[in-house]
Design a protein around this ligand. Structure first.
Ligand code: SF4
Length: 258
């Protein structure tokens, strides 16, 4: 049965179709309402490169010189499992992510840090059936999270609203323009016919004057900087240092989504 037929018969709603398209972020189709004929074929590791081969009988390890391995931590959700990232040295592209045998969250028992990377290869090989004991894994999301890097829908530049609020229209701007407008403020939507003057960080950075003299409990104008962020790791430290420490606003909030 073709997937298109399957999708129809499954009575997937438009949202399910959108989910299929979400999965197919690398496909040519950009429609969010129609099912795709076929899901895209994953081409991350076209040559099926492995980082090393391990002789099952002798345990001899032969690393692949064209592959670089980096042990890191998955940030595709909050569990922060250890991972092992495989990079094709000829293209500098990530071609796979698997489990980190040194990390206690995804290997039981985890390898001692004193083991070399080559020794770690044995840990998930069939030599002495170590792979059954030390095999390190990440979940499907962790395996595929690196596809975000090549996703054509990935946002890599600042986007500025280019239509009415809620119109979904955006245009790319330079980092310099982003900094200029967020720091200095002004009539930054004048090109849309909106003459409203919006205060920038420079105007809000005011510890002397109150936000509202009739409501002094709101504190100084600098409290007007409110920072909401998600995914706390790394951002949390930066945010607290910048918003609380440097700017002086206590209004930092985190939500629990990824
Ligand atoms: S491997 Fe899976 S469970 Fe672990 S952090 Fe990544 S997405 Fe979360």
């Amino acid at each position: 049965m073709k997937r298109r037929t399957f999708l129809k018969l499954s009575a997937f709603t438009a949202s399910a179709a959108a989910l299929g398209l979400g999965v197919s972020g690398c496909s040519k189709s950009t429609s969010k309402t129609e099912p795709v004929d076929e899901f895209p074929v994953y081409k991350g590791n076209p040559n099926n490169l492995v980082e090393a081969t391990v002789d099952k009988k002798t345990g001899e390890v032969t690393p692949n010189e064209n592959v670089m391995i980096r042990h890191s931590v998955c940030m595709s959700c909050y569990n922060n499992c250890g991972n092992r990232v495989k990079i094709d040295k000829t293209t500098n592209k990530v071609i796979g992510v698997t489990g980190n045998p040194f990390h206690p969250v995804c290997a039981e028992p985890a390898l001692d840090y004193n083991n070399t990377v080559e020794e770690s290869y044995k840990a998930f090989s069939l030599h002495n059936e170590q792979g059954l004991t030390n095999r390190a894994t990440v979940c499907a999301v962790g395996n595929s999270g690196f596809e975000i890097i090549e996703d054509p829908l990935r946002i890599t530049v600042p986007l500025k609203r280019a239509g009415e609020r809620g119109s979904g229209k955006w245009r790319p701007i330079s980092w310099e323009q982003l900094m200029e407008e967020t720091v200095e403020g002004g009539q930054i939507f004048k090109e849309l016919g909106d003459d409203t003057k919006i205060e920038g960080f420079r105007q809000v950075f005011d510890h002397e004057n109150l936000i509202n003299p009739d409501a002094p409990e709101m504190g100084p104008k600098s409290n007007g900087l409110i920072w909401l962020y998600g995914g706390s790791y790394g951002r949390r430290e930066f945010t607290i240092r910048f918003v609380n420490g440097s700017f002086g606003s206590p209004n930092v909030y985190v939500h629990s989504g990824t």
